[in-house]
Design a protein around this ligand. Sequence first.
Ligand SMILES: Cc1cc2nc3c(=O)[nH]c(=O)nc-3n(C[C@H](O)[C@H](O)[C@H](O)COP(=O)(O)O)c2cc1C
Length: 345
Amino acid sequence: MIKTRISQMLGIEYPIIQAPMNWISGADLVSAVSAAGGLGTLGPNAGQKTPANDEKEVGERLRSQIKKVRSITDKPFAVNIAIGMGDAKKFSDAFVRVVIEEKVPVAVVSMGAPQVYTKELKDKGVIVFQTVTTVKHGKRAEAEGVDAVIAEGYEGGGHLGNDDHTTMCLVPELADAVKIPVIAGGGIVDSRGFMAALALGAEAAFIGTRFLATRESDAHQNVKDVVIKATGADTIVLGKNLGVSMVRAVKNEFSQKFHEMELGHAPLGDLYNLQENHAMTKPGYLVSRMYPTFCLGDTLQGVVSVNDAVGLIKDVVSARQVIEEIVKGSSIILCRFEDTGIQRK
Ligand SMILES: Cc1cc2nc3c(=O)[nH]c(=O)nc-3n(C[C@H](O)[C@H](O)[C@H](O)COP(=O)(O)O)c2cc1C
């Protein structure tokens, strides 16, 4: 398999990074990905079945997931630090503290500016990857000293930028603009997407939705059932008017109503009211609907967040199978290139 600066920096076999997914990427998925030669990433609420509102408890829950990963594999893994806004920053602060105390090798930082945590993490020897959705933000992250930038394209399942840059266009532009490695995320589910990402100048792929539909993911079975039936045409992007990052979700009662209200320029207060009033959850931001979706299995009034390439996902397999398919398929693509006269040096 192709070696890149990312696989060498991390000491992993394949430059394949499982992207963090709230409530979904717990220790079982993360350890399976890392044991299979990629890099697993623990997400917010990793391995949990109930919400927690106390930052100490949130930190201790993360610590127990880190310990669980280490009880299954000695391979490297990452933790997602989704920077909290306002009072919610106490949760990301707790994550940073535990990551440092537990000497987690890699942090995937998202949802905020690189100046918030990069220095603190780097001073303690943590490798920092920062998610960005524009070239401007990528350059800023590089100037702050991050080790690599993750280009999140508009095809992705979550944390989309307001500028709607696609993976196809953002990755090469970013690769030209920064010296640090670029990791491509957004719409990559198989060997074709993986090889395309490398061809665009990325040094690893950042893959979320494909790992959602694995046996080890903590997503509710109802969600996995929806994912293997959905196609890209069934998805819709929500939240452009909210000022927080947007998500792409499968069309259902909630997402269609929300989308219609956005198109009709509904007042922000009405949009917040709609998203906050879920019968099974407490008030919160759009992502709070992810709890009733991914844990309780409400696929009608929840946010079933998936990427635009979801139509290529037809089955629930093991995380190892996802990685093996990408590796095997990549070799076949390379051979095809050679057959057509495009030689490897
Ligand atoms: C269900 C779901 C939950 C997500 N939760 C998070 C999260 O908690 N933190 C984060 O940084 N990104 C989150 N994301 C974004 C993914 O990490 C990833 O960047 C994006 O989905 C692109 O990968 P994909 O196209 O393969 O899904 C989520 C994505 C999905 C689909």
